[in-house]
Design a protein around this ligand. Structure first.
Ligand code: ZN
Ligand code: ZN
Length: 260
């Protein structure tokens, strides 16, 4: 497999790759999905290094970038690609940035706890998340055709208003972004998040049939679908106890946790 100083590339199958940034505390994963006529890149990472260097080595097909949500750690290399797609509810964030999110704090977050050398081109003091006009907008139920491979878009707000999960119908992979991952809490405790929406979104992904694997955007690469039984329990537990609101803290479940 491809060796790179910054990105860790792992083959999920011969048409699906995880491109991970394991030298950074956020342990972010982006995903390249290759069809017969097009490829999709789910998110573009932190922006510490240029992801296009990697995708150029993995495919010659045109790449549609599909944004799970417009947080800085998911749009880092957006500026390197021509075809950008985002949910309609986060179009304005992509174009203008997230209102009220201090750049200084973002720069501290991006620059801390990095355990491997960063490229010389990376300067945290001038780091600025991508801003630009998307090529197209996504909404719930959209189907993205890659040629013998279809991706279905699920609007899953809560962590952010235009967050989406992406389901690969042929393979059964569900890409959950920051809606579901393990080890560190799933966040819905600051003003642009919505705890009630997050619980509804967890319930929504649980109804998708024939999921073979779940790929969140952080921490462990690939979770088995058994975690969905615990997600179902979590949805009921959080609702029954009235915990789906700001300030109720971290709620721990088997294999994941959520913070409101
Ligand atoms: Zn996020
Ligand atoms: Zn994230």
């Amino acid at each position: 497999m491809l060796n790179d100083p910054w990105f860790t590339v792992r083959e999920i199958d011969n048409k699906t790759y995880a491109i991970s940034e394991l030298g950074h505390w956020e342990r972010v994963h982006s995903f390249l999905l290759i069809g017969d006529t097009k490829a999709a890149l789910i998110d573009t990472g932190l922006g510490i290094d240029n992801m296009k260097r990697i995708t150029d080595q993995l495919t010659n097909l045109p790449i549609n970038v599909i944004t799970t949500h417009v947080h800085a750690d998911h749009i880092g290399s957006h500026g390197e690609y021509d075809r950008l797609f985002v949910h309609e509810a986060e179009r304005d964030w992509l174009v203008h940035g997230i209102v009220g999110l201090p750049l200084e704090q973002m720069r501290q977050n991006i620059a801390r706890d990095i355990t491997i050398p960063v490229p010389e081109s990376f300067d945290p003091s001038t780091y600025k998340p991508f801003q630009g006009e998307p090529t197209g907008l996504l909404k719930d139920g959209d189907r993205v055709e890659l040629g013998n491979r279809t991706l279905v878009i699920y609007h899953t707000p809560g962590h952010s208003p235009g967050h989406i999960a992406i389901f690969d119908e042929e393979k059964g992979y569900l890409f959950t972004g920051d809606l579901l991952y393990d080890e560190t809490p799933i966040y819905a405790f600051y003003p642009t998040t919505n705890p009630v929406d997050l619980v509804n979104s967890l319930e929504k992904i649980n109804k998708i049939p024939h999921i073979s694997m779940i790929y969140g955007s952080h921490n462990t690469l690939g979770l088995t679908p058994e975690i969905l039984d615990e997600v179902k329990y979590a949805v009921e537990y959080l609702r029954k106890n009235g915990f789906a609101r700001f300030g109720t803290g971290v709620h721990y479940f088997k294999g994941f946790s959520v913070q409101f």
